[in-house]
Design a protein around this ligand. Structure first.
Ligand code: NAD
Ligand code: UDP
Length: 312
């Protein structure tokens, strides 16, 4: 059955790919965005579809519409972007959650929150399970994002307990793929752009810190599966690719796949940059029968092709 679905942050990297996927599943999609980090180029090809609508709106302000489901993705995700206006980032996470949960309550919609592995901070437990409460610096430069997302999780569970709002809280680990913004400063886009331009590859720290990278198709399949799952499964649920790489290994792989002449250069690690990160996805495996399928090398090849086509 065709559902009417609101995607906040729908012009961003994950949001625009999600809009496309939901339309391909024959749903009606309303994409809401204030275009802070998102762009029209990501969704312009959907504009001719009569089941797609675009709304310029900021989630810190209330918004009213009748929909069956809400995917709440609005929030800058790259450290450079979310620290650009830290107070606004907190408002987007917290007031955005209040406004979207208020809407969900009023219209009895189901709502999914794009939460993050950053709720675990610089983790002392490895890999990270959903039960782990995290190690977040509440006053550091990353806290606008981390604490904003933690407060949003609290709001989701309190609206569920107090008002029976149907919620799904998804903790997303580093995800990459086509339509990432080439200037947003995240490691995959930075390294690919630098390699394609034969510029130095900027490694922060000594490159021994780790991340686990999930290709966006895998993540979005899991996100939709979670939204469609039984009512009792509220989460939080981790999703990401559990195969862990050091940042130096990533740089070397990008150089190999692009055939680049770039050299690695090292600069200091940013404040509170987590040293290790790997999702424990046993809950998603058990409850949703979900696990990522695309290995890093295959996903990087597709992402490199995308950046080759848009690079300026
Ligand atoms: P993105 O920056 O590409 O997309 C965010 C979108 O939200 C953009 O289109 C932006 O313009 C919009 N937005 C920001 N503030 C807004 C506001 N106040 N009102 C309306 N729209 C607003 O980032 P992304 O990687 O696509 O991330 C999407 C969501 O997933 C974010 O909530 C992010 O925290 C979460 N997430 C992403 C990752 C990842 O690795 N990509 C990991 C963890 C969590
Ligand atoms: N990083 C890097 N060079 C870059 C961008 C990022 O070495 O040009 C490192 C960063 O310090 C972090 C990791 O890569 O350790 C992932 O950074 P990203 O900003 O993509 O996401 P995070 O997981 O830190 O939110």
């Amino acid at each position: 059955m065709r559902k009417r679905i609101l995607v906040t942050g729908g012009a961003g990297f994950l949001g625009s790919n999600l809009c496309e996927k939901l339309l391909s599943l024959d749903h009606e999609v309303i994409c809401l965005d204030n275009f802070f980090t998102g762009k029209k180029e990501n969704i312009v090809h959907l504009m001719d579809n009569p089941f797609f609508e675009l709304v310029r709106h900021d989630v810190t302000m209330p918004y009213f519409i009748e929909v069956d489901e809400i995917y709440n993705l609005a929030c800058p995700a790259s450290p450079i972007q979310y620290q650009f206006n830290a107070i606004k980032t907190i408002k987007t996470s917290v007031m955005g959650a209040i406004n979207m949960l208020g809407l969900a309550k009023r219209i009895k919609a189901k709502i999914l929150q794009a939460s993050t592995s950053e709720v675990y901070g610089d983790p002392e437990v490895h890999p990270q399970k959903e039960e782990y409460w995290g190690n977040v610096n509440p006053i550091g430069t990353r806290s606008c994002y981390d604490e904003g997302k933690r407060c949003a999780e609290s709001l989701f569970f309190n609206y569920h307990r107090q008002n029976n709002v149907r919620i799904k809280v998804l903790r997303i680990f580093n995800t990459y793929g086509p339509k990432m913004d080439q200037n947003d400063g995240r490691v995959i886009s930075n390294f690919i752009i630098q390699a394609l331009k034969n510029e130095n590859i900027s490694i922060y720290g000594d490159g021994s810190q780790t991340r686990s990278f999930c290709y966006m198709d895998d993540l979005l399949d899991g996100m939709i599966k979670f939204m469609d799952s039984n009512e009792e499964l509220n989460g939080p649920v981790n999703m990401g690719n559990p195969v862990e790489f050091t940042i130096k290994e990533l740089a070397e792989l990008v150089i190999k796949l692009t055939g680049s002449k770039s050299k690695l250069i090292y600069s200091p690690l940013p404040e509170d940059d987590p040293l290790q990160r790997q999702p424990d996805i046993s809950l998603a495996r058990k409850e949703l029968n979900w696990e990522p399928k695309v290995p890093l090398e295959e996903g990087l090849v597709k992402t490199i092709e995308y950046f080759e086509s848009v690079i300026k």
